[in-house]
Design a binder for this molecule. Sequence first.
Ligand SMILES: [Zn+2]
Length: 501
Amino acid sequence: MTLQKDPRTFLRPASLIALAFASSTLLAQYKGAIPPPVEFEKGFEAITVDLAKHHLSYLAGPECAGRGTGQLGFQKAAEYVAARFKELGLLPIGDNGTYFQGVPFNSVAIDEAGTVLTGPMGEVRIGKGLGVSGTSESAITVEAVVFLSMKQGAALPEGLDLTGKAVVVNTDDLDQNARSAVNRKNPAMVLVVVQQAARPVPSISRGAQGGNRGGRGSRSVEIERRYALDLARSLGVDPTLVASSQGSAEGVTSKEVSGKLGLTVKVKAEEIKVPNVVGMLPGSDPTLKEQYIGVGAHLDHLGISGGVVFPGADDDASGSTAMLLVAQALASNPVKPKRTVVFMAFCGEEMGLIGSRYYTENPLIPLERMDCLLQMDMVGRNEETANDKADDNVHTIHLVGSKRISTELHQITLDMNKHIGFEFEYDEEGVYERSDHANFARKGVPITFLFSGFHPDYHRPTDTIDKINFDKVVSSARLNYLVLQRVAGLPEMVKRDVGCG
Ligand SMILES: [Zn+2]
């Protein structure tokens, strides 16, 4: 789910209670639900809580690091989804016979080959001891190095002169106050001693090239402890100043020596391609297979931002998981859809529905022959607002946009829900424009959008897998599996009787 213009509307204190971990049940249908149509039963039963946990654990796990568009974690997630598509027998319909439709983005990234810290300890580079954040360039040389050890909360002595010098300080000594205090003394560079330096994260945008190529002044970088120890030794400084992360027992200890250090940071700006992941199950009917049903979710989330991982377990690892479950169901069911089904996991949704916009501007199948798109974005939580308790929303879900273009699609969704038993809420939050389906609706494609509602962890690092209601993920996938099977067997495409978007 992408942000609307003023995100504060949805941000509330994190102190609100988190949901209990939802336990699995044999059947995820809710009270009053009737069994699925017998010809669709095998697929229905192939959609399980265990499988949902399996996919979601990977997509919202450490490997994918929040799936930021243009970040390594997104690529891992895309490869995971493509591998599942392949296992399930979907055809690759992306670029050059792959499952990837490359979407162009601008990337401004640290040029690793051109970035180096030099000094008496030798060269320290990205991936080998040096960590650089941001995307501005630097070229700094100093003739003096101050080793600083600080007790947490200690104040810097008034007379300590850091102007134009390099400061070497342990990370654990540097709380925000200490960091500001050091920076106020105008050092030329700050070398923060860490156990392991973080890899740089590129800045991805769609607009004009970003990045500050003429960066000047102070620069803070990370240096791994073994290199900081080498630096101290080669300058004849007591290595205990950088050996421990405990800080000085005496408050502040500093040692200044002369020594030459050079820091060069280069950035490179380039256009990169980030994929929408696309796979197709051809229809079983020779005529109807020329018409298409889409199943969509966005694979991206906020990734790593400011050194913090935003896992996006609900937003939208839950929908991506549900999409994979629908593909699993179709592969497992002996009765195959007569129409062709296209699965789409979009990139760049959180940056403003970019991957889906690119898709609808460069469709891989004609949009006028697209029967409908079933979008799932945030289908794994119980809505929780100031006046609405999570416990009251265990089996509720928002059915958004289903009546906007085709009342027939809406009615089919209601009919199929008899086998699930969701209590539907409608688009009272005005989220109709806020996920990928909006780009398809604008082109006249009937859509439904399943969304389980906002919660206090929305777009926060606390949107984690332990809070997911897996029964709801499974039920969302089962509902759309049944809707898809029903629409796929109709003699005509669903009627577009209301209008466009
Ligand atoms: Zn979102």
